[in-house]
Write a protein that binds this ligand. Structure first.
Ligand code: 2YC
Length: 285
């Protein structure tokens, strides 16, 4: 999983309303409507201002990423949630979040980014939520994925969750990765998933693409009219790719956070089972 840098996310808070407008233009929904649609919950049944979110900066591993907590807070506020960043980090921050009566606590170390529901003692995670968001965005941009062939670029943790979700949507899935074995593992594990060794050939041969890789994709590989949903960071596409594609849906963090928030709220509001909103744990090595 790519670790964000301050540079990658420096414009997230200021660009948040642009993202909302861009979503409206591409898929006809703003971020909170989109996240509810992705989670299949009725927007009218969630009063976002009733759910208080705390964001706890975490100093472990690579440490706090400048702007990360601010970016999460900006996304949640755009959805109408009352949210704040704890003044302390780590355990002190978690205790501050609990004593402030936070319903949901967002926190990320280098391994996991979760939204802990303090009522149900369960959580949603960013990997699952990002995959859910970008599979949903692809379906909305295309209309339907039933019977369609979709290429997943990147057999990492988001790509793996996306492969499973695309199959559930009735798509037939090709998957490719610069490490062919990672794609072959998914082909062996799931029916009707086809691993393609040649990454460039795979991209050239597919009109529907979910890009969950950190690599850049030369525009010359992108079919005219391609519909691309791309959670991969950094942004993968050049001017030629943007010209060839019908649409490229990408943002650095907010769509995943929006789905995480609705998923975590759903754990208590709609009794969604905790196992449903988290990515499978990577096999122990
Ligand atoms: O500022 C902080 O609290 C840091 N501990 C946050 C570290 C986030 C590390 N994870 C990532 O950069 C990626 C993001 C795309 C979201 C999930 N993993």
């Amino acid at each position: 999983m790519t670790r964000l840098t301050e540079e990658m996310i420096k414009n997230v808070p200021s660009k948040m309303s642009d993202l909302d407008r861009e979503l409206e233009r591409i898929i006809g929904m703003d971020m909170k409507e989109f996240a509810c649609h992705a989670m299949n919950v009725d927007l009218k049944r969630i009063n976002f201002s009733d759910h208080k979110a705390a964001i706890v900066p975490v100093t472990s591993g690579g440490g706090v990423i400048g702007g990360f907590s601010l970016s999460v807070e900006a996304a949640l506020r755009t959805m109408g949630m009352s949210s704040f960043i704890t003044s302390s980090c780590d355990v002190a921050g978690i205790s501050e979040a609990f004593s402030s009566g936070a319903d949901i606590i967002f926190m990320a170390d280098d391994e996991r980014f979760i939204a802990l529901n303090t009522r149900t003692r369960s959580f949603s995670d960013n990997i699952w939520s990002t995959a859910k968001g970008y599979v949903t965005a692809l379906r909305l941009a295309e209309g339907s994925l039933v019977g369609k062939r979709v290429l997943v670029v990147g057999a990492g943790r988001v790509g793996t969750e996306a492969v499973k979700m695309l199959k559930k949507e009735g798509a037939s899935v090709d998957v490719t990765d610069i490490i062919p074995h990672k794609a072959e593992v998914l082909e062996a594990r799931y029916d009707n998933v086809n691993a393609v060794t040649d990454v460039s050939l795979a991209i050239r041969s597919n009109r529907l693409i979910l890009n969950a890789s950190p690599g850049s994709i030369p525009g010359s590989l992108i079919q005219k009219g391609a519909v691309i949903s791309s959670p991969g960071v950094p942004y993968a596409f050049d001017k030629e790719g943007e010209k060839n594609a019908k649409v490229i849906i990408h943002d650095v963090l907010s769509l995943g956070v929006a789905v995480m928030a609705v998923a975590s709220i759903s754990l208590s509001l709609f009794d969604v089972p905790a196992s449903e909103v988290v990515a499978e744990r990577p096999e122990t090595k």
